[in-house]
Design a protein around this ligand. Structure first.
Ligand code: 3PG
Length: 218
């Protein structure tokens, strides 16, 4: 079974997509994949969210598409039925836990505090979204969490972009980071897929530079 860890390890970064027009879903996903970013979080914040997940799952074979902004068990079930390969939530509720327990699709729940982190860990969840990252203490908070709890991993999201991702990626507990900076609304609305592809490439290059500094042996 593919775990959340397996999925996030494949992600240089995780773009958070809020798709307003279903027609944009496939070319947007294709541009991100072509730019080197295969793991995509499509939020359920718009009516186009679920159909976009379905369309990407069917038409972009190299994309690994998951659902974000999953708020309850019903959302979870619908997202899985649409073809989501992973589920991201902003927080953790009983309804979400119930849905996740019977599902082969991995859950990446949002946590912002040490108590939430401990609750998720009690439930056997060890791959977590740290959200909203910047507003919840940023990389300093994650560094502090790693004192008492060092066996969980994170995808911090919320307020992260090229300017501050390094401080997160330097932490051993961070697998990758997420954010919406790769998909500016004006570029999506105008179908500027070249710009999206360039933003994806730029993010990959930056992550590589941080993870594999020049001079390191392969
Ligand atoms: C999310 O849902 O994960 C956030 O809205 C993405 O945060 P950002 O827009 O600050 O990157």
């Amino acid at each position: 079974m593919t775990t959340a860890h397996d999925i996030l390890r494949q992600a240089p970064v995780v773009p958070v997509l809020t798709i307003r027009d279903l027609k944009q879903a496939v070319p947007l996903a294709q541009a991100l994949v072509d730019g080197g970013v295969p793991v995509l979080e499509v939020t359920l914040r718009t009516d186009a969210g679920l159909p976009s997940i379905r369309a990407i799952a069917e038409a972009v074979p190299n994309a690994l598409v998951g659902a974000g902004t999953v708020l309850n068990g019903e959302d979870f079930a619908q997202a899985v039925a649409a073809g989501s390969r992973f589920i991201v939530t902003p927080g953790l509720t009983t309804s979400i836990l119930e849905a996740a327990k019977g599902s082969p699709v991995p859950l990446i729940p949002g946590v912002a505090t040490i108590s939430e982190l401990m609750r998720a860990r009690d439930e056997g969840l060890s791959c977590l979204k740290f959200f909203p990252a910047e507003a919840s203490g940023g990389a300093a908070a994650l560094r502090a969490f790693a004192g008492p709890v060092s066996d969980v991993h994170f995808c911090p999201t919320g307020g992260i972009d090229l300017n501050n991702l390094e401080q997160y990626l330097r932490l051993p507990s961070v697998l990758t980071v997420g954010g919406s900076w790769l998909t500016p609304q004006d570029a999506v609305d105008s179908g500027d897929w070249d710009r999206i592809r360039s933003l994806a490439r730029e993010a990959c290059a930056r992550v590589k530079q941080i993870r594999e500094p020049a001079g390191d042996t392969p």
